[in-house]
Design a protein around this ligand. Structure first.
Ligand SMILES: [Zn+2]
Length: 137
């Protein structure tokens, strides 16, 4: 069995290592994957912590937990990931387009989002996301 994020790696070697702070996300895609796994494992604190300072809302933690309790995450598809400035730079930016699938009230919801990531002083952070379309099937 692979990681929740879909990679054929053990969770503890993949997103688990990032969630526990054992290693840091090296690319926007890795951070995106770890955030998806944080949703799967209802790790709301990590979701808040991995956002940029301006977007860190601790008040959201109960809402995130409530949401996680009511949905069943199915899978993550990374459609596109880019980092024009380069992943090695201390300050950088990146974009990841993905689809996340979850089951809510017996319906499959597809969350299609383009997320912006920024690297501040060597640490990748989630900045904001733009919904491309979300539909219920
Ligand atoms: Zn993973």
């Amino acid at each position: 069995m692979g990681c929740y994020c879909g990679l054929e790696k053990d969770f503890n070697e993949c997103c688990g290592a990032i969630l526990s702070g054992k290693k840091s996300a090296q690319t926007p895609e890795e951070l995106m994957r770890s955030r998806y796994s944080a949703y799967v494992t209802a790790n709301a604190e990590y979701l808040v912590k991995s956002a940029t300072k301006e977007n860190r809302y601790s008040d959201d933690i109960p809402l995130i937990l409530e949401f996680c309790k009511n949905v069943l995450w199915l899978k993550l598809d990374i459609l596109h990931a880019e980092c024009p400035v380069g992943v090695e730079q201390k300050e950088s930016t990146g974009v990841v387009e993905f689809r996340a699938f979850y089951l809510e009230n017996g319906e499959i919801v597809i969350l299609h989002e383009r997320s912006d990531f920024v690297k501040n002083d060597g640490v990748w952070e989630y900045d904001k996301g733009e919904f491309i379309n979300s539909k219920i099937e």
